[in-house]
Write a protein that binds this ligand. Sequence first.
Ligand SMILES: [Zn+2]
Ligand SMILES: [Zn+2]
Length: 252
Amino acid sequence: MQSATLESWYKIERLSDDVTLICEQFIEPYYRCNIWHVRGRDRDLLIDSGMGVVSLRRQVALVGERPLLAVASHCHFDHIGNHHEFPDRAIHQDEADILANPTQHATVADVYAPKAMFLALPPGGYEQSAYRIEPAPATRLVNEGDIIDLGDRQFEVLHLPGHSPGSIGLWEKATGVFFSGDAIYDGPLSDQCYHSHIPTYLKTMDRLRTLKPRIVHGGHFPSFDGQRYVALIDQYLEGKRKMGCPRDSAAR
Ligand SMILES: [Zn+2]
Ligand SMILES: [Zn+2]
């Protein structure tokens, strides 16, 4: 397999609302994490950082220009690989230990990081067996209801466990922009990781159903509108109902 160049590894796409999508274009779509940059007045926001095989800070000028808080939607390898490059890092408290000590198992890299995930190999003689995530202890722990304030924009932290225990979304009520991590995106959702929990995921979906986003930027796959959002939630819930998945009595 051919190797990609440093310069071409990241693809950058400016969207509306001062949101920029950065992605690792030589990774298969299913494994390709969406890295989100949001411009704020006083500081910028980065949501997730890719798998860490090419420096995000060196290759993407946008993320090094201004003060920036690097948030992890959760601690799977494809989302936290470059967090160590940023001095200010935030994570939900339930996955703080993983960000500080990111083992292959805890980040699901042992299961989900095969060489087959690449369309072209990362530059510089990539060796699968040498792949590791750098520790990046958080400088800020966030929890449900916390506000991440960029000066002119405020994002509320929503705790969305199920895919993983410390999964979070960031909700900008004023604009209806929602960064949903891997809790919901427009593609096959995963509730089979070692620390996934389906009854908890069902409760999270019930909760997400009450939100009315204008646009959703997920952890993978293209962004989508509020109508598609409801359809995706219902599709998941319906699928689980058909399988007879047990629901906690507290849900619904
Ligand atoms: Zn994940
Ligand atoms: Zn992911």
